[in-house]
Design a protein. Structure first.
Length: 130
């Protein structure tokens, strides 16, 4: 049982799992912001331009069942806004990573102590052969 708990602790505290958890929490909060933005800003603007509300429903027959098409349209708008924001964030991250890679490529790596020693040995052997 101790081994199992130890393995679980190692898994749960790995950087990737913690990063994922943080991403999910931030994503949920961001989703709330986008929903509020859509419902409080986008929908009223569309209503002013089009003269109608997005919060519409269609009644089905003589029953109390409705097709809530306004809610669906709002969800689609939310998705598009979030997808666009994620696209912009990924472009920025990729650009930053590319800048970091360029700097790594530009700066020559310092040879290790082992490489320096081998270079010295090679040079000494060349001098002895002359």
């Amino acid at each position: 049982m101790k081994k199992f708990l130890k393995e679980f602790k190692e898994f749960a505290l790995k950087g990737n799992v913690m990063d994922l958890a943080i991403g999910v929490i931030i994503g949920a909060a961001f989703g709330s912001i986008v929903t509020a933005f859509t419902e409080d800003f986008i929908n009223p603007i569309i209503a002013c331009i089009g003269g109608g509300e997005i919060g519409g429903m269609i009644r089905i027959g003589d029953t109390n069942n409705y097709i809530n098409w306004g809610h669906f349209v709002t969800a689609v708008i939310n998705f598009l806004i979030m997808a666009f924001c994620i696209f912009l964030m990924m472009k920025a991250v990729n650009k930053l990573m590319a800048i970091g890679r360029k700097k790594e490529e530009e700066a020559p790596a310092e040879p290790s102590a082992e490489e320096k020693l081998l270079t010295e040995i090679r040079d000494l052997l060349k001098d002895q052969q002359k």
